[in-house]
Design a protein around this ligand. Structure first.
Ligand SMILES: [Fe+2]
Length: 162
């Protein structure tokens, strides 16, 4: 890697791989979650993730490079921790809380990565790519906020109606 272009392209591949992994993981989490609200949140974000992958396809095209993923150990670690929760949680509410925690770790990873990609796209004179990825960043932030609300309602059901 010699240029910012190279660095940008490498991070795009990292995020592309991460999104594809998360697509599978969200499907699994949607099946494993016990609260209906959480199932819906995971399923909705899975569909959103499909759109995010398409946006990345578009961004690769705008950048003039082939869309491809590169193994991302960070997301694999986060996913492995989520799997651990699924295997080890013995109560429904423990499982749901653990799944929310794992999903939020993934969201925060994505928020960090998209933030960087957007900054670099601007720096490289690619404002259209930055705008496109900004849409995804907003979706990730919303997904994270929704998970926080679900977690709070789980701990304090009265907060839900308040
Ligand atoms: Fe995503």
């Amino acid at each position: 890697m010699k240029t910012m272009d190279d660095l940008f392209y490498a991070l795009m591949q990292d995020v592309y791989y991460a999104e594809k992994q998360l697509l599978k993981t969200l499907k699994k989490m949607g099946k494993k979650a016990t609260s209906e609200e959480l199932q819906t949140a995971f399923n909705d974000h899975m569909e959103e993730t499909q759109g995010q992958i398409e946006r990345l396809d578009q961004a690769f095209e705008m950048f003039g490079k082939k869309a491809r993923g590169k193994k991302c150990d960070a997301i694999l670690g986060i996913i492995a921790e989520g799997d651990e929760v699924i295997e080890e949680a013995e109560e429904d509410h423990i499982l749901d809380a653990g799944l929310i925690g794992a999903a939020q770790a993934a969201e925060h990873y994505e928020i960090a990565r998209y933030g960087t990609l957007i900054a670099w796209a601007k720096q490289l004179g690619k404002p259209q790519i930055a705008r496109l990825l900004k849409q995804t960043l907003e979706e990730e932030k919303k997904a994270d906020a929704l998970l926080s609300r679900i977690a709070e309602a789980q701990v304090n059901p009265a907060a839900k109606s308040a």
